[in-house]
Design a protein around this ligand. Structure first.
Ligand SMILES: Nc1nc2c(ncn2[C@@H]2O[C@H](COP(=O)(O)OP(=O)(O)OP(=O)(O)O)[C@@H](O)[C@H]2O)c(=O)[nH]1
Length: 387
């Protein structure tokens, strides 16, 4: 007989894989919490606060049974707090929170304002047991500890203090025997202490979170820079030799037709000698931009192989087509001298083309392209040879 619930295998437990969830439980979780993702986290947080208010309703009920609170007042407060918490749950579960308040879809501030109001209201309901209200306010403010910005934390603590003060004064005015001024002063002092401490902690926590998030952003940028440095040629911005080798590896052996063209700028030493090294650098960048422009951006790749050598990877291209492509690039280079250089600097290059044949190692293809390029140099430069 099969197990009613799938039992996790010991290897899954050892590997830290979460045990499988029964499909019925999965469907139930989906119904109550919604699909996985950020919204599910928001829904479960709202559900948690609904749970807290259910407990709160039980405490109120106990207070009624013990004769500490009037049943009608407790009922009104319970109805209000459960309907606001339930309404917020439905609002977030339905996804309307993202439509109504996109900048802060968790509606944390709204939830906290409701909770603070209900807890302060309880102060007027609970009579002799009202001391617990300060503890409840701390619980409410603690909910904001992980999400509120320092300014918001201050505002929430201030709101809690103000609302409590108003309720205290009103209670003292309407029922001075039940809410004597001296007891209210002590309660107010304790509330100021407790709310102040939670607010300070929340503000510090908020600053720490901001620092962490800034550091995470710096780290992300640093990683992007490191990745750029590791994969791109610093001078021309083209993929470097390592990246080219990786891309060649990705093509995989036998995925013909793939042509490889090795290009070497002619008499580059002379350019450096006659115009200076900075102009030589600019000449390499000039070639890089023209080559990028000439190739099919989505499939072809041009990278710097080293020095004044460039490599073209031309997938789905036969050697004759690659030959035509390289010659087009040469003509373009001759039509576009390096701007702002006198006397006019017209560059040319020699190229060798290798074709990937069947399951041949791509290093061997590059080697053939290199030999063909050498032959082009030998034959007088400014030409392309097939390998
Ligand atoms: N400006 C500059 N020059 C470089 C760079 N990398 C390599 N070179 C120079 O490129 C020149 C290449 O010279 P050679 O290998 O003699 O070749 P060539 O002068 O191009 O002659 P052929 O290839 O035979 O046509 C050397 O002087 C290198 O210093 C670079 O990044 N910037």
């Amino acid at each position: 007989m099969s197990e009613p619930f799938p039992v996790p295998s010991s290897s899954a437990v050892v590997a830290g894989v979460p045990p499988p969830v029964h499909p019925v439980l999965q469907a139930l979780m989906r119904l109550v919490l919604g699909p996985a993702g950020r919204q599910r986290v928001r829904v479960s947080q709202t559900l948690l606060s609904l749970g807290v208010f259910l407990l709160f309703a039980l405490i109120l009920q106990m207070a009624v049974l013990l004769g500490l609170a009037a049943a009608d007042r407790a009922f009104t407060l319970t109805a209000f707090s459960l309907s606001t918490a339930g309404g917020l749950y439905l609002l977030i579960r339905s996804g309307w929170n993202e439509v109504l308040h996109p900048p802060e879809p968790s509606l944390t501030l709204v939830q906290m304002v409701c909770a603070i109001t209900e807890v302060c209201w309880a102060y007027a309901v609970l009579g002799e047991a009202r001391g617990v209200v300060v503890v409840m306010l701390i619980v409410v403010l603690t909910f904001g500890m992980f999400v509120l910005r320092p300014g918001q934390a201050r505002a929430m603590a201030l709101l809690a203090g103000l609302e409590l003060a108003v309720v205290m004064v009103l209670c003292n005015r309407s029922e001075p025997q039940r809410y004597p001024a001296e007891v209210e002063i002590i309660h107010a002092g304790i509330a100021v202490l407790a709310l102040g401490a939670v607010a300070i902690l929340t503000i510090r926590f908020g600053r720490l979170r901001r620092r962490l998030s800034d550091q995470r952003e710096e780290l992300r940028q640093a990683l992007a820079r490191i990745h750029e440095m590791a994969t791109r040629d610093e001078l021309t911005g083209l993929p470097n030799r390592r990246t080219l080798r990786e891309r060649i590896g990705q093509f995989g052996a036998g995925q013909a037709p793939l042509s490889v063209a090795l290009i070497d700028i002619d008499h580059f030493k002379r350019i450096n000698d006659e115009h200076g090294h900075p102009i030589g650098d600019r000449a390499l960048c000039h070639f890089a931009r023209l080559a990028e422009d000439e190739l099919r951006g989505s499939t072809d790749i041009v990278g710097r192989w080293g020095g004044e050598e460039f490599l073209l990877l031309l997938p789905e291209t036969r050697p004759e087509q690659a030959h035509a492509c390289v010659d087009r690039l040469r003509r373009r280079l001759m039509r576009h001298p390096l701007p702002g250089v006198s006397p006019v600097l017209v560059m040319s290059f020699s190229a060798g083309i290798g074709e990937c044949r069947g399951a041949e190692d791509l290093d061997a293809v590059i080697e053939r392209a290199d030999q063909a390029m050498y032959r082009a140099k030998q034959a007088g430069r400014g030409r392309t040879e097939l390998g």
